[in-house]
Design a protein around this ligand. Structure first.
Ligand code: ADP
Ligand code: MG
Length: 605
């Protein structure tokens, strides 16, 4: 093995010449070096940290083929397309690969000219495949999305457990496992089931500094969503998560009627339509995917500008994973979440009605409580989120979330909270939030008069707040811990923390309910000159056409960050292109002339 500085020089050269990047991202160089030195590696790095490069560069630095295990066909095909575009010899082996293609790849492996082979876990463990690998030279094994091996993760795939067979057959080939799921259970499962002896473990911070976190209280979810999408500009790409299939259909229709380029995705649609929509989303610009959780793994489109949650997810882990699909390219992106008391009540109900045992139910209730606490949290969202992932951020304020930008105004809430708690007490803790609010606001509904609740001293004592405001106060009280929701009938119950408040022995400060957020991200496009705007449009158009003609996703041609740099710098000769983010030798050879022509026209024009 060459010495470390030579090695890094070579790796850096590849980074620049093949991938068109100037610097390694955090942890990449260390991971690459460890793998090339022959260590087994476990890399825990968040989405967008650039895990692929951690095995692609070693593959290029060494003789033989690097075998990459990947769980999804679409994911493999995109990676292969991207590798080809960068001039790397790569192939994929899965149920959709033609015999002809298999023959070609096999020959290339015998000749030692294939650098990367992506393979599904099912194929990787067959005798046939393993026997074949014995006849060729294998440089590394990379096991991507390694959390699939664990039942603790969200995407358990039993076939992953059989991958330890690779360790048995090829004990001397270094293996790297990569994942963005960091919790300790998953980590132990990976080390155990993939049998990675003496691994070097790299843990990268799970902070996603380019994501701006925003939470708003739900009043009219649809309209709030529309307003948010419009604030993001016209042609940006995003994902909207909804809690049910029906809602996905409904929201898609609504957005389409508002001339938004939206498509639906959920497990109840027929397969063909679903893959068509997914393909369209990855390949084209400016599509908004409205989806259930079914839309998830394998979406590694780098230029998703926002992830919107129209309903509260059931746990921080899920939220982190879903919101993390925004901004893989490192450019500004937004996580927007709109939540209301109903979300909490429904999720609560769902957990209680599930067939899980009590231990599991309690785990899930605790996760839900944590999620609510994120929504109701009045200080830095990022700090809170990271603390849930067992990471302590040094900064109190990230300056890059709604609460940091505009600290919530709080008020002394003792009096309204006492009204609320005593009302709940007087109805014997046997009624749900809606009913309690009706009493407080003095509404004579059928239920209220049926139970004679209009005779209570608390009837009509809370008219100063509307329904949304009361709901907000109730949620904040749940998050504070003086209230909870009954497992049985969703009625509101007092906890021991309610007593000192009722007696006035403690004070409580809450956020002034129902604040309209007017946060808006300064969009790059708004800063453009007329010429730049022209070039922006021309390059995008050219990218769509080129992607279509080559049958690859648009971002494989080049991504938004490249687009942004081209527009900023307007290069006029081929050599200038080498300084542009994301353009390496192969892409410049292929597209350099066309890109320069477009830039020249814009500059002259
Ligand atoms: P992950 O698998 O960790 O989610 P990817 O490997 O898909 O991340 O990479 C995310 C994005 O970052 C891709 O668009 C990739 O091209 C880009 N990228 C990777 N390494 C670098 C780097 N050193 N400099 C700039 N961009 C990078
Ligand atoms: Mg990846």
């Amino acid at each position: 093995m060459s010495n470390s500085s030579d090695f890094l020089t070579n790796a850096r050269k590849l980074l620049h010449d093949i991938f068109g990047f100037t610097d390694f991202k955090p942890a990449q160089a260390e991971v690459i070096e460890a793998l090339c030195q022959g260590h087994n590696v476990l890399a825990l790095m968040p989405t967008g940290a650039g895990k692929s490069l951690c095995y692609q560069i070693p593959a290029l630095l060494h003789q033989g083929v690097t075998v990459v295990i990947s769980p999804l066909i679409a994911l493999m095909d995109d990676q292969v397309a991207a590798a080809h575009m960068a001039g790397i010899a790569a192939g994929a082996l899965h149920s959709g690969t033609s015999p002809e293609n298999i023959r070609i790849m096999a020959n290339k492996m015998r000749d030692n000219t294939l650098k990367l082979l992506y393979v599904s876990p099912e194929r990787a463990v067959t005798n046939r495949f393993i026997n074949f690998l014995h006849q060729v030279s294998v440089s590394f094994f990379a096991i991507d999305e390694a959390h699939c091996v664990s039942q603790w993760g969200h995407d358990f795939r039993p076939e992953y457990r059989r991958l330890s067979i690779l360790a048995k057959h090829f004990p001397n080939v270094p293996r790297i496992a990569l994942t963005a799921t960091a919790n300790s259970h998953t980590r132990e499962d990976i080390l155990h089931y993939l049998s990675l002896p003496n691994p070097k473990i790299f843990v990268h911070s799970f902070d996603r500094p380019n994501i701006d976190y925003q939470v708003i209280e739900k009043s009219n979810g649809k309209k709030q969503l529309l307003k948010f999408i419009r604030s993001m500009g016209n042609d940006c790409c995003g994902i909207v998560y909804c809690s049910s299939r029906k809602k996905v259909e409904n929201i898609t229709r609504f957005l389409q009627e508002e001339s938004i380029n939206a498509l639906p995705y959920h497990a109840g649609m027929d397969n063909q339509q679903r893959s068509y929509n997914q393909r369209k989303f990855t390949q084209e610009d400016g599509i908004i995917m409205v989806a259930t959780v079914a839309f998830g793994m394998g979406i590694d489109k780098p230029d998703v500008r926002f992830v919107a949650h129209l309903d509260m997810p059931p746990s921080i882990e899920r939220f982190y994973q879903e919101s993390g699909r925004a901004g893989r390219d490192g450019l500004p992106a937004v996580s927007w979440l709109c939540h209301g008391l109903n979300d909490f009540v429904l999720l609560h109900e769902r957990i209680m009605e599930s067939s899980s045992d009590n231990t599991q139910k309690n785990i899930e209730l605790a996760k839900l409580a944590q999620m609510l606490a994120y929504c109701e949290n009045n200080s830095c969202r990022r700090k809170f989120l990271l603390s849930c992932l067992d990471e302590n951020s040094e900064k109190e304020h990230c300056g890059h979330c709604d609460n940091c930008r505009q600290p919530p105004e709080c008020f002394d809430a003792l009096l309204p909270v006492q009204k609320l708690l005593s009302c709940i007490w007087r109805v014997k803790q046997a009624f749900p939030a809606t009913h309690i609010i009706d009493i407080l606001r003095g509404r004579l509904t059928e239920d209220v008069s049926h139970h004679n609740h209009d005779k209570l001293s608390t009837f009509g004592i809370g008219k100063e707040f509307n329904i949304h405001q009361w709901r907000s106060i109730i949620r904040q009280c749940i998050a504070y811990g003086c209230l909870n929701v009954s497992f049985v009938d969703q009625s509101l119950r007092l906890t021991t923390m309610a007593r000192p408040l009722l007696l006035g022995e403690k004070s409580i400060s809450l956020r002034i309910p129902y604040r309209h957020h007017t946060d808006k991200l300064t969009e790059f496009k708004q800063l453009l000159t007329v010429r730049q705007e022209k070039l922006w449009i021309a390059l995008k158009q050219w990218r769509i056409e080129t992607a279509k003609s080559q049958d690859v996703p648009a971002f494989v041609i080049f991504n938004d960050r490249t687009l942004q740099e081209l527009v900023e710098k307007m290069p006029t000769c081929i050599t200038d292109l080498y300084d542009i983010y994301g353009l390496g030798e192969a892409k410049i050879q292929h597209f350099g002339v066309e890109i320069i022509n477009l830039c020249r026209i814009a500059k002259d024009g």
